[in-house]
Design a protein around this ligand. Structure first.
Ligand code: GLP
Length: 242
């Protein structure tokens, strides 16, 4: 695991972009994340595309997760987030982007959608997986206690994750979706290269657990410690050694 501390999110995201560029080519597959953390990286990707440095026209992408039963076009759906913050500004083809689509509350239907997304991932090789991290150490929506061998699944979100997310839903807990569909830890670990970004004081504890180098099922981020190629890029506020 390579650990790097930067003065701010912008500097860390610039480095993340440089690492990503070294690891991908015109036909690569990216694993993408949502949340506030990757936004600066997506700005770097957009700027690189606009400057003619890189084209995404033959690139494929798979997103980590999505809320269950949210309207696909809700401004806070991860589908909307990805279009607003990245896809609408680069030349990636709509048929090449994959965002989990659990837009139903029907459990049988959800099981079918979950299995289908898992099958798509099993047929793909993710060259670079971008990850943020939850304040409780979750990655994607793999909450504390998730089996490290887990594949795509439906999850009941933990209370503190719902609280963390309520800023996107008018600070109203009742409006925050309570379930999500997520890549499992096994799917994430299958990526060739993983770049995890963590910004802000509230990520410090989770980063400390990751740096401890010990697997701990209560901190899903620690599943990354045995992966052969993980970059952890943090800002000063998230650096537990400070
Ligand atoms: C959500 C997402 C995660 C993300 C986390 C942190 O739980 N499912 O993928 O890492 O939020 O969000 P933020 O980057 O806004 O701190």
């Amino acid at each position: 695991m390579k650990y790097m501390v930067f003065k701010d999110a912008k500097a860390a995201s610039r480095k993340a972009y440089e690492i990503m560029q070294k690891k991908i080519n015109a036909h690569s597959t990216l694993g993408l994340a949502t949340g506030s953390t990757p936004i600066e990286l997506y700005k770097e990707m957009i700027a690189g595309f606009e400057a003619g440095e890189f084209s995404y026209k033959d690139v494929k992408s798979f997103n980590l997760d999505e809320y269950v039963n949210i309207d696909k076009n809700h401004p806070e759906s991860y589908y909307s987030f990805m279009h607003k913050n990245l896809f609408d500004h680069i030349d990636i083809k709509e048929e090449n982007v994959h965002v989990p689509a659990p837009y139903t509350d029907d459990d049988e239907e959800l099981a079918r959608i979950t299995a289908a997304y898992n099958a798509e991932l099993e047929n793909a090789v993710i060259d670079v997986q971008i990850l943020g991290i939850g304040s409780n150490g979750h990655i994607a929506f793999n909450e504390p206690g998730t089996d490290f061998a887990s594949t795509v699944h439906i999850v009941n979100l933990k209370e503190n994750t719902i609280k963390d997310n309520c800023r996107f839903f008018d600070y109203d807990m009742a409006k925050v979706p309570k379930r999500a569909m997520t890549m499992g830890i096994k799917n994430i670990l299958a990526a060739k290269t993983i770049i995890l970004l963590a910004f802000g004081e509230n990520k410090k504890d989770a980063v400390a657990k990751l740096l401890s180098g010990k697997e701990d099922i209560e901190y899903p981020c620690t599943s990354l410690v045995e992966h052969p190629e993980v970059y952890v890029l943090v800002d000063e506020a998230a650096d537990p050694e400070k």
